[in-house]
Design a protein around this ligand. Structure first.
Ligand code: C2G
Length: 696
């Protein structure tokens, strides 16, 4: 039997590649593929594209395949075999949702690369193998951009049996970037609900039996999401919230549903919602939906402790006045007292500004924070109240997703490094903990008043990587680099070595790698296996190592096991600047640490033992390391040992080549970035503070 595959396509070449690969490797030859232009500027949209495909196809069977969805190897052939066993039925394939590309799913790059999903039959035309004779005269209503499947699928439900095949899956790709590249189901649109109601109304007139039952399920599914605000998996779906003025259209759409059909609805909550909406009682429907949400969220009798804290935050803290004299500082989510927020804070103290300082610190007493301040522990009520009341916030990471930006607050984001690894909207795949990362990042970064950039290179990247308007990026140099630009002489090195207890007769090597996105263990917690064999240390006998794992890496697999007593673990040390200044050489990989370390003009080695995976699959890099990095790139332990034993003079050409780029990567060569940052904050905050309204 010949299979016609109809693919509406507008954009997302990376998605189309996967879609066509699934056909190429589908294990079935007798296929015609019809790709139809689906330009969203053409108001007809997907319905028209599918109709054009139907008019042109000649196969015995038809499969509608969205261009961002795909099949795994051999599955199309298996699906056609199923259809040959039921020539007069519609074969319904299993639906799986995934946030990842086809290779990531095939190679199982992340623990749970897909999940089974259920879309009411009346709403889905994809993932079905349909005998063409059943639909040769049917068309999708082209006046609907959304939900054009309802009438098409209702008619089809009346015309044929549907046979489910659960061991063959259609992978429905959920776009991880709904801001720049929303799928149809992610598009925000004021007409979505209206179109659902109109399409539903038309479909209900066509339904007789099976079709009507499917439609009732579809109404329950749709309106429950609209009332509960369920934004789909990881918040990457889309659902419009029902508004009071939708009530009449909703009631008209549902008036045709037979009471008996509603009574047969399996989901009690949805049944009650449909009954209420059919009676025009939006308030009652909303109450039912709220109970559904509460049941889903409830943990224990009164919910979790965090929910109580958030309740206090929303109902009490946010109603208290913003304190213009208070500044809140946070580095690395409270893990360390370091990075640019530290240097901005210490400059505030040096200039004796009369402000109340608050530091977010997870483990109090880790580091004597100078000056008069108080500490709050992330996640506590005191932390939440500080976030709610501080007039100025200075952070180097993203703030909690529950944080509400208030009028009269000024948020100065310093970020935490000059990027080599691709960031946020410049990443194709997102293997970090949350596939919703891009949308979450977008929402959080809109709350920043200004984003600090250390140099021109970062400014250019932040604009597209963060979708940050250029006027919100302020290029002042990096406060955390002031110390590296000011005091890098031998006496500083010697004093720090004594302070850190490092051997005076060894070459001190700082190993500071970045984290690996696919080694996820828990929120903000990634594992890292040290890429050294036990005998590595014998190859570099005059070296002593300071191991400095990324703050996302909670533990390494035993420093002693690899380095014996030739190493010390400095992962918890607050300010990496001390480690830079105390060391003779740096080993890193794709981390931004090298941009800072290069200011010392000391040897750097890039140990890129997993470069292909990191560049090709995980994150990608902004430039070729061999071409621009201020040091040799090595990929094996022998090469690394060779570089460590190399005469330091041989690192000169790498450093010279890097220095030739001037201040493009390094920013202004004075040590005044902290001062500029404080002056900028004080200047800008003056205007913000006057905006404050009593309540938000
Ligand atoms: N860092 C550290 N120790 C490491 C690695 C990093 O203290 N072993 C600190 C450094 O200050 C570094 C910052 O964390 O500049 C960012 O670390 P990266 O390894 O670059 O990784 P990431 O946190 O993903 O930030 O623009 C920077 C990028 O956003 C990368």
């Amino acid at each position: 039997m010949k299979l016609s595959i109809i693919i509406p396509y507008y954009r997302g070449e990376q998605y189309l590649r996967d879609c066509l690969a699934g056909i190429r490797e589908g294990g079935y030859e007798d296929v015609e593929v019809i790709v139809c232009d689906d330009d969203p500027m053409d108001p007809l949209g997907t319905a028209a594209s599918r109709n054009r495909g139907l008019e042109r196809c000649s196969g015995d069977l038809v499969l509608f395949l969205d261009s961002d969805d795909y099949f795994l190897p051999g599955d199309i052939g298996r699906a056609v075999n199923s259809a040959e066993r039921f020539p007069d039925s519609v074969i319904v394939l299993n639906l799986r949702g995934t946030f990842y590309c086809r290779d990531a799913v095939i190679e199982k790059r992340v623990p749970e690369s897909y999940f089974d999903m259920e879309i009411p039959m009346a709403m889905r035309a994809v993932g079905l193998i349909i005998p063409r004779k059943l639909i040769s005269q049917k068309r999708f209503p082209e006046r609907f951009r959304y939900y054009s499947e309802l009438t098409f699928m209702t008619e089809l439900s009346e015309a044929a049996e549907f046979v489910r095949v659960s061991d063959i899956s259609y992978y429905k790709r959920i776009h991880n970037d709904p801001i720049n590249c929303p799928s149809l189901s992610q598009e925000e649109s004021p007409v979505r609900i209206g179109q659902f109601c109109s399409s539903f109304y038309d479909a209900n007139k066509l339904g007789k039996k099976a079709g009507l039952q499917n439609l009732a399920l579809c109404a329950g599914y749709f309106f429950e999401k609209c009332l509960t605000g369920d934004n789909g998996p990881k918040g990457l779906g889309r659902s419009e919230r029902l508004k009071r003025d939708d009530c009449a259209a909703v009631q008209k759409a549902l008036e045709g549903i037979d009471i008996g059909v509603i009574k047969n609805m399996p989901d009690k909550g949805q049944k009650k919602i449909i009954e209420a909406l059919r009676n025009g009682d939006m308030g009652k429907a909303q109450k039912i939906a709220n109970r559904i949400v509460f049941k889903k969220k409830k943990k224990g009798l009164f919910g979790s402790k965090d929910q109580w804290r958030l309740l206090f935050y929303r109902k009490l803290a946010l109603r208290m006045r913003v304190r213009k004299d208070m500044i809140f500082f946070e580095s690395f989510n409270g893990d360390l007292y370091g990075d640019s927020p530290r240097y901005i804070y210490e400059k505030y103290i040096e200039n004796a500004y009369d402000r109340k300082f608050v530091w977010s610190i997870k483990k109090k007493g880790r580091k004597a924070i100078p000056g008069s301040h108080r500490c709050v522990k992330p996640g506590t009520l005191r932390y939440m109240f500080a976030l709610a009341r501080a007039g100025i916030l200075v952070s180097n990471m993203r703030q909690p997703s529950w944080y509400v930006k208030r009028s009269g607050q000024f948020f100065f984001e310093t970020w935490h490094g000059t990027p080599l690894k691709r960031l946020v909207f410049d990443m194709e795949e997102v293997y970090t903990a949350s596939p919703g990362y891009k949308k979450i990042f977008y929402d959080q970064s809109r709350k920043w008043d200004y984003l600090l950039s250390g140099n021109t290179y970062s400014t250019d990247i932040f604009e597209h990587a963060f979708m940050m308007p250029k006027e919100r990026i302020v290029q002042l140099g990096y406060p955390r680099n002031d110390r590296l630009k000011a005091s890098a002489d031998e006496s500083v090195k010697r004093n720090l070595r004594e302070k850190l207890g490092l051997p005076a007769d060894k070459k001190i090597i700082l190993y500071a790698p970045t984290w690996r996105d696919n080694k996820f263990r828990g929120s903000g917690d990634y594992e890292m296996k040290l890429p050294f064999d036990k005998d590595f240390i014998k190859k570099v006998p005059d070296c002593f190592f300071m191991l400095r794992m990324h703050y996302f890496v909670s533990e390494t697999d035993g420093v002693g096991g690899v380095f014996g007593d030739n190493a010390v673990d400095m992962s918890g040390y607050d300010d990496i600047n001390d480690l830079y200044l105390a060391s003779d050489m740096l080993i890193t990989d794709y981390s931004s640490v090298f941009f800072d370390y290069a200011l010392l003009e000391r040897p750097i080695i890039f140990y890129a033992y997993d470069e292909d995976e990191y560049k090709g699959e995980l994150r990608g890099l902004y430039f070729d390391m061999e071409s621009y990095c201020p040091g040799p790139v090595v990929r094996t332990q022998d090469e690394l040992a060779g570089a460590l034993n190399m005469d330091p003079d041989r690192f000169g050409p790498y450093l010279e080549r890097y220095k030739a780029t001037g201040d493009f990567f390094t920013g202004p060569d004075d040590a005044k970035a902290s001062q500029r940052a404080v002056e900028f904050i004080e200047e800008k905050y003056g205007s913000v503070a006057s905006e404050e309204k009593r309540y938000d």
